[in-house]
Write a protein of this length. Sequence first.
Length: 345
Amino acid sequence: MQPLAVINARAAARHEIGGVERWTREVAARLPVQRPGAYVVAQPPRALAHRAGHAWEQVVLPALAARRRAAVVVCPANLAPLAWPRNVLVLHDVSTLRNPEWYGRAYAAWQHALLPALARRAARVVTVSGFSRTEIAATTGVAVGAIAVVPGGVDERFAPDAAVDAARAALGLARPYVLTVATHGARKNLGALVPAAEALAARGVDLVAAGGRRDYLPGADAAPGIRSLGYVEDVLLPGLYAGASAFVLASRYEGFGLTCLEAMASGVPVVAAEAGALPETCGDAALLADPDDPAAFATAVLACVDDAARAERLRAAGLERARAFTWERTVRELDAVVGEAAGWG
């Protein structure tokens, strides 16, 4: 009988979807299809998706895995049961280790205590970019060569023909807009977009921000002139992307930058920070700007809005770039890593 792999789907139970939640939902749905009979999905009730769920993850999950005689536990969202000896840990980035001041004190302390230990104890460590692989090795002591890189993907719902009118109507977007998708916090650097928002307003274009306010992300920059949409439900997100004149992400640190690829797949020109993994993820399909230079961001965003030929070149390059990143590829490559750890042969 083939050894089992249990998928830790705690992040999939969360209502608000960010990068790790998207990853968890996709792999929890697709891995059992990729290798039928080999995977069991373990997901707690929604009430245990956040802080209350740490006990479930650390106590209940390994007990469940032991009862099923699992070979490995697959953890797609940065955390794993420390007591379980064979985790396949997907560690998206180590921003809490590099910049703990971007997070609440208790959250940063928890991450500092857990992440290096989890990485060193894991059967395999997986990450999402070459940048993150280097960062993980530098902060946890795990050898670079022992860390597998498996990039994320883009759902086929993100496309130029998504339901733009429905998103505009639901979100009250009457004017043209440039979009950023980011939680509020110092890491996401929304304040760097204020000059761009001012310049766009003079052209009758709004700069809108979609993203929640997670309580472990303190120190959000003041961002006057940027219209906050709050958390946008997932059903509206493809249309919100597709209706944008441009997409911009000024984040100071990203392990991958999934939102940039979602915008590219939606046929939208992208401006991204020249920081973290964003240059690696975007390749030559985006304009890059220094996250500490708001004027440079304003210039790049206006180039997308004012220069139709440049915007069209970026759209075409972005669509081509996004095609290389599919969840089918992600799951195929992740399954291969899990198979090695589980001894499937």
